[in-house]
Design a protein around this ligand. Sequence first.
Ligand code: PRX
Length: 664
Amino acid sequence: MSDDDVELEARLEEQEVFEPSEEFVSQANVSDAGIYEEFDENWPECWEQAAALLDWEEEYDRVLDDSNPPFYEWFTDGTINASTNCLDRHLDERGDEAAIEWVGEPVDEDNVTLTYSQLHEKVNEAAAALRDLGVGEDDVVTMYMPMIPELPVAMLACARIGAPHSVVFAGFSADALATRMNAADSEYLVTCDGYYRRGDPLDHLDKANEGLAGVDHDTETVVVDRLGPNGDDFGHDLAADQHDWGELMAANEGATVEPVDRDAEDMLFLMYTSGTTGQPKGVKHTTGGYLSWVTWTSQAVLDIKPEDTYFCSADIGWITGHSYIVYGPLALGTTTMMYEGTPDHPDRDRLWEIVEEYGATQLYTAPTAIRAFMKWGKQYPERHDLSSLRLLGTVGEPINPRAWKWYYSNIGDEECPVVDTWWQTETGGMMVTTLPGVKDMKPGSAGPPLPGMDIRIVDTNGDEVEPGRAGYLTVNKPWPGMLRTLYKNDERFIEEYWREYSDVDSDDPDDWVYFPEDGAKIDEDGYITVLGRVDDVINVSGHRLGTMEIESAIVGVEGVAEAAVVGGDHEVKGEAVYAYVIVEEGQEESEAFRQEIVKGVEDAIGPIARPEQVIFTPALPKTRSGKIMRRLLEDIANDEELGDTSTLRNPEVVEDIRRVVQGD
Ligand code: PRX
């Protein structure tokens, strides 16, 4: 350890705070600490500041309509188009500046720069093409695409014609695609032939077609040719209801499409996310509130300015990519980067090479990536000049202080503030984090709630807990970026997010409390440390997975009688999937069967849900009422002392399982 490292280590142990540099503060978009008080005193009108970052067709009448909680409406009667805000309004001043810098995985392939004018052109052509296919306002268009430029083009084209998109992460399985298309009654799919992973072309259309076979209604599909001749081996022929993206775009060359005026409360997109039950939740985001929220947080927290080259390494298939690769950055007229590949291909310095080549000014990534970088060693970032970076961010899971420190020192050279941003698919954008030009940082703690947010840490009765004590995170006032409902399921929306801490029979918004299902604690300074999910959702490499979804995939494998899935600690992934499986009589507990189970999960959900360990066990620990005691299974996975087993119907089974896991 160098002297610097030793000093940092000592500061971490004392929970010392880190101040943003004067250089950063002097140029920050937000640097006036008075903003917290100002927003509190002027709530909800403070959110006009967010709406003011956008161009509205019709001005809104009211900032917030809270007459029917929890169905809040923001910027009511305003009309707005998201694609106009992300494109048209930048053309005069920034038409020739890069909107998207796209880096493909193969190093010898030409990267793509799309200026605002070029992106505007493509989005218009795509919008015309989608209309030709029959896409009308409010028709849900599904996108099952990896990180290729056509994905944001298609999203913005949908926004232009008022068709909500539903992007399904390309790593998800065919089954997952079918479930989501069926749930959204989506009749249109945009996908591609394939993409590159670690140097090889990967067939994607095959998986898309398999998914389409499971869709219960007619569909039209558009297929982007990503691989060119490198995809010839897959031998794809497009079916009658499948259209080539390139041909559609060529047929609409030079077309312009008038952006549709959308009501502020009209749906911009749907995003399916995992919950406690097996059925994914269709989170509905609106046009006015969502766009205001992601634009305001992009400028206040990520400090984005038009002249920046901003790099978020997330995938657009997740909410982070929607909010902070596409909508927020483009609404601000900046240059946003997209990288197709993995950070370790062809070598472990790929991200640093990209940062250096493009002079990236911000990097927003996940703790799991930082832990991997840390494991690979600092020689990789040291090969590159990273001095263009001004701010670093993390999202998706708690970041441990060691990883925070590594990021701060080795990537940010102790010059860049680190924003640890807590939020969710449902919140649309950031909720808890330091404003980098205002607040000091405490490694491991996300920071205080953003201005205008009323976030409290409470016990099971809803009473606030003392600083330092663990409790549950709750949001006590609505915010513009919040989900409006679960698609076509208002009841589940109330059950999942509100019932726990609200008086659901009340019309008074003060009686309504949003519960994100995270545990947290708060310190004397109001800094919040998020402890993780308190429901049956696990967080693998920043990806949110429902244990029930994985369990039903495992039980779907012939020969499996019962399964329980828990998250076990993992050095890089944060959590890993541990599957405890009881086999049916006559089924051998073999390695081959283990592989079958792993494949079953990959087929049903995708490789991200692949179990780290499949543990065969004769029984599962159950309470007297027959509920599986997951907490004990977690303790076993983490090799921790076992919690209370006295309420079990079958306490002896716990030690048996532990012996199996430890290989005794
Ligand atoms: O448990 C929290 C964790 O990720 C969950 C939300 O997952 P998802 O909807 O997929 O969105 C991820 C990207 C916003 C939360 O309920 N989480 C997210 N950010 C943090 C976090 N946990 C701790 N610290 C964070 N900064």
